[in-house]
Design a protein around this ligand. Structure first.
Ligand SMILES: Cc1cc2nc3c(=O)[nH]c(=O)nc-3n(C[C@H](O)[C@H](O)[C@H](O)COP(=O)(O)O)c2cc1C
Length: 445
């Protein structure tokens, strides 16, 4: 049994996780719209032997673009450029299960897997933002449960399409004019509540068999989808105890679906502000914070909590708020947990959030950050982290130069890539095609 190794992704949020990152002297304000920036950050992550870079996405303007960068460029096209400029780093992009069709998503990520030699990953999200719905003729966000019911069938159809070619279907025999053995290319004939898809996919089976499937919702519905279909999950946890409880629950759900308990890689978000001393790190946090207009982060917090901003008094604790029916449950609960954990006033909470949405921040020296990561990893609260450096690329460069060597010396993080595919990096099996004929086995209808 291989020793358990830590996994590290970078969540490539345009100029950095801090809302004011683009205003730093060292930052290029245009970086978020520049494919070259993503290639550069990916190369830094690859130099640090990271597992993958991740591009979040929402098909709409969901933030105050008058003030800060937004998710903009289509992530799989950006990752295709990154693939051509890198050799090992995994390439994970978000694509919505509510505002796409399974056939198109299966084709896009299988193609990225071919283009990258097996490094593609799909973060399957249901998209909780109302603004996206209005770009697709939906006046409001679909109800939480309905979004996940649709997502479950959506992911199932994509997996079937990825399996629709057997590994050796391509023949390419010029002499016999046999290009493909069509006996090894299967219609999926999916008939479900939301989708009717004949297939097969028109892309041969990709290097990983199936690109990696990621899920990022911590609600009961989200966990059920992850337990049934995900290879990795992005989570949000504010304490080791919360991380351990989540991991135990998700692993039990996976076993209930007949999967191995360690078949899912659990990656909480971790935002970092690094300094050579704690005081320097705090000073850097203050500088970044002072560049965030408070009415902006107050409006953002009010959005996450589904309340009007004037219900949030800056120098008072958060009022007691009910969990909104159709909210982004993970972000709501994560934000409230952060406020209650340290009994923060709204003003202190806004600073702790850095103008963001509830992920855990660590402000400190490389040693302190390595200690924190090692504690969560050894406690089983995380298999690794979805890192969100304060400013990109500088915050990641410091992490790669200062923290990664500490993690390597402690024997918990790789010093060299052992494999080439994202599944190799995550320590995940290459799944067989469900349609591949096993001696004597009937082909499923
Ligand atoms: C690390 C992380 C990354 C996420 N990335 C995206 C994203 O790219 N696009 C998106 O619409 N939602 C994203 N989400 C939000 C989730 O898809 C989901 O809506 C949210 O976690 C709430 O899920 P829940 O209601 O099941 O708890 C992300 C969440 C996390 C924790």
């Amino acid at each position: 049994m291989a020793t358990r190794k830590l996994h590290l992704n970078v969540n490539l949020l345009h100029s950095g996780v801090y809302a004011s990152a683009w205003r730093r002297p060292e930052s290029d304000p245009h970086a978020g719209f520049d494919v070259g920036h993503y290639v550069n950050v990916a190369r830094v992550a690859e130099r640090g032997k990271f597992d993958a870079i991740f591009l979040a996405d929402t098909p709409a303007i969901t933030d105050r673009v008058d003030y800060r960068p937004i998710q903009s460029l289509e992530p799989t096209i950006v990752l295709a450029s990154v693939a051509a400029a890198t050799t090992h780093i995994g390439l994970i992009a978000t694509a919505s299960t509510t505002y796409n069709e399974p056939y198109n998503i299966a084709r896009r990520f299988a193609t990225l897997d071919h283009a990258s030699g097996g490094r593609s990953g799909w973060n399957a999200v249901t998209t909780a933002d109302a603004a996206a719905g209005r770009n697709f003729g939906l006046p409001a966000v679909l109800e939480h449960r309905a979004r996940y019911d649709r997502a479950k069938e959506f992911v199932e159809v994509v997996h079937k399409l990825w399996d629709s070619w057997e590994d050796d279907a391509f023949v390419g025999d010029k002499a016999s004019a046999r290009f493909v053995d069509t006996g090894k290319v299967h219609a999926i004939n999916h008939r479900g509540q939301y989708y009717s898809v004949d297939g097969p996919l028109n892309v041969p089976r990709s290097p990983q068999g199936r690109p990696v499937t990621v899920q990022a919702g911590g609600s009961g519905d989200g966990r059920d989808l992850a337990a049934a279909q995900a290879d990795a999950v992005f989570t949000l946890a504010q304490s080791v105890e919360e991380g351990v409880a989540y991991a135990r629950d998700l692993r039990a759900r996976a076993v209930a679906y007949g999967r191995a308990s360690d078949s899912i890689v659990i990656l909480p978000g971790l935002a970092t502000v690094i300094g050579s001393t704690e005081a320097e790190a705090k000073r850097r946090q203050d500088e970044l914070w002072e560049l965030v207009p408070i009415e902006y982060s107050l409006a953002r917090l009010a959005g996450t909590l589904h309340v009007s901003p004037d219900r949030l008094e800056l120098d008072k604790p958060l009022p007691d708020l009910p969990l909104p029916a159709n909210a982004n449950q993970t972000m709501f609960l994560g934000t409230v947990a952060l406020a209650r954990k340290d009994n923060l006033t709204v003003r202190q909470l806004l600073k702790a959030l850095g103008g963001g949405v509830g992920h855990r921040f660590i402000i400190g020296t490389p040693e302190a950050i390595a200690d924190d990561i090692e504690t969560w990893f050894r406690a089983g609260a995380a298999d690794g982290f979805n890192l969100m450096p304060d400013v990109l690329p500088t915050g990641l460069e410091v992490f790669v130069d200062e923290v990664v060597p500490l993690l390597q010396r402690r024997g918990i993080f790789r010093s060299e890539y052992e494999g080439r595919t994202l599944r190799d990096h995550f320590g995940l099996e290459r799944p067989p095609s469900r349609y591949a004929k096993r001696a004597g086995a009937a082909i499923p209808a």
